[in-house]
Design a protein around this ligand. Sequence first.
Ligand SMILES: C[S@@+](CC[C@H](N)C(=O)[O-])C[C@H]1O[C@@H](n2cnc3c(N)ncnc32)[C@H](O)[C@@H]1O
Length: 312
Amino acid sequence: MLRYHTPIMLEEILGFLRPSSGKVYLDGTLGTGGHTEALLAESAPAGRVVGIDTDAESIEIARKRLAPYGERVLLVHGRYEQAREILSRHGLSKVHGVVLDLGISRVQLETPERGFSFSRQGPLDMRMDRGHGAPASRLLEDLNEDQIALLFRTYGEERRARRIAGAIVRRRKEKGGIMTTRDLVDAVFSTLPRQARRSRIHPATRVFMALRIAVNRELESLEAFLADLPDILHGGGRCCILSFHSLEDRIVKQRFRAWEKADVSSETTGADTSGGKPLFRRVRKKVVRPQEEEIRRNPLARSARLRIAERL
Ligand SMILES: C[S@@+](CC[C@H](N)C(=O)[O-])C[C@H]1O[C@@H](n2cnc3c(N)ncnc32)[C@H](O)[C@@H]1O
C-alpha cells in the first residue's frame, strides 16, 4: 500500500513561505507530513513546525517519518480550526507562516476501510477522525430526500442530485441502508443510462466529494480557521491555502480580498482587529495553479488552487 501522500505544489509553497531557521511554522493539515518535512528541511537548523491533523492514523505515519527532526517538530491530533488554542497550549501565540492543504490524502483515499473512494469496496465511513461524529452511511440514513439532493447539489454541483437522492431513498427502503461504497456507487449508476456509465470522470465523483465535505464539515472548519488567522500570524508572515473545490477556493478568495481592502464591515472578514486598516495583502492577486508537469506526474494535483496572503 501507498506509504505517503505526494505533497502538491510543494516548490511553489516553499517559494512563498521562504522558511528560515529560528522561525515557527504551522501545518494545519499535516497528512503524512510531506509539506512539513520540506519546511523542516528548509528551515534547518532551528526552524520549527507545529503539525495538526484530525486523523490519528495520519499523525502516526507522520510521527515515524519526522522522528529524525526531534524537537523541531510538534505533532498534535486536533482540528486546524482550533489552531489558536493548540498553539497557546504549547506556549506559542503566533507563527511565521501557515500552510493548509485541504481535503484528504492519497493514503486516506486508497485505504478501503476509510470509505472515501468509489473505486474501493469498504464501509461508507468518510470520517477523517474515526473517533468522532457520524459516518456517511448514517448521514444518508438521517436525511430526507430533499436534504440529500440539496447536499449533492450544493457541495458537489451534481446535476443529477434529485434523481440520485431518489435512488438512495428507494434503496434505503428496499435494502435497509446505503452501508458501503458499492451501495452508493450502485445507487448513482441506477440513475444513469448505460452509455453514460463509462464517462471520463467517474459518475460518482461529485457525490462522494459532496458527502465527504458534509461528513467532515469542511467548509465550516475553513471559515472558523480564517476567523482566527489574523491573530495567529506574525506581521510579514504568510499563509498558503491549497484547495481542491470551488466552494473552498471562493471562501479563501473572498476573505483574503476583504482583508486587503480592510472591508471590516463585511461578514466575510471574521475577527475585526484591523481598526479600519488592511489586515493582509494578497501576495498574488490571482489564484496560482500547478504546472502541467506536476499534473502529469500527479493527477491529484489537477484541481489544486493556491492562494497566498501576507499579514501586515
Ligand atoms: C491533502 S491532506 C494533507 C497532505 C499533506 N500536506 C502531506 O504532504 O502529506 C489533508 C489532511 O488534512 C486533514 N484534515 C482535514 N480537515 C482537517 C481539520 N479540520 N483539521 C485538521 N486536519 C484536517 C486530513 O485528515 C488530511 O490528512
